[in-house]
Design a protein around this ligand. Sequence first.
Ligand code: 13P
Ligand code: SF4
Length: 300
Amino acid sequence: MTLYGEIRSLAEKKNALILAHNYQNPQIQDAADHVGDSLELARVAASNSASIIVFCGVHFMAESAYILSPSKKVLLPDITAGCPMADMVTAAALRAKKKELPNAKVVTYINSPADAKAESDVICTSSNAVKIVQNIDADEILFVPDKNLGNWVSRFTDKKIHLWDGYCPIHALITADEIIRIKQEHPDALLMVHPECSPEIINLADEVFSTGEMVRFVQKTDKKKIIVGTESGMIHKLKKAAPDKEFILASENFFCKNMKKTTLEKVLAALKSEEPVVTVPDETADRARLALEKMLELSR
Ligand code: 13P
Ligand code: SF4
């Protein structure tokens, strides 16, 4: 049997659901039950009847799945797959900042550790961040940890937004010069970028989307040629969604090595051994769940 065949039959036998983020390797995307952005995957994790979730993504995603569905066993095939942006906020630092800003409500990006989520009023993802900030009952917001996403959100509201000094090191690698060059090489192409990009890059883009929004957009646009300003895994996902279109990766630097740590071999090993398991202590999970559920409620 092929690796793919072994994974699919073992997943079925064990009632395991394989979730993959849009940045995963093509062969992982093809072996998964659901491929999506952070919000889509959180929703699936919260509302299915599987006994096991194999999360092909990074650590905070598996943690969020566990928090939303604590009765399930959540596996992360490579336990070292982390997110450097999530590590840019700690619960202790967030508690200290909250004391400085007693009137602000804390909106925390899902790319964050569970104990920082537990200190937050509501969680957001890149696809609902604008809506969450607009809908939350507060005029002053502490936006954590992605300053670029927070900056993007601030363009759609008059609320006072305090930015944390975090960012995605992958999206930060791209320079405005690179973008200008690729636009000149393909003058007939549309440029779409992720809101984790810096304001300088966002100002050069035609559209700014979460990865899930990119998929929906390419299915309906008349544009035939699209420059993609986010992680390379998106190209496979977009080609599957709109095979008639041409996609150009804006920069070879868009490569998240943590996202690419998942392999078919590791997925099979995780399914066989039911390890490595991701859990969160009950007290932290209970508080973080309130903030995650608030997100699901406000983004309905
Ligand atoms: P989305 O898929 O929610 O747009 O998030 C991108 C990301 O960087 C996840 O780490
Ligand atoms: Fe984290 Fe950036 Fe990788 Fe997403 S692309 S997992 S934000 S380092």
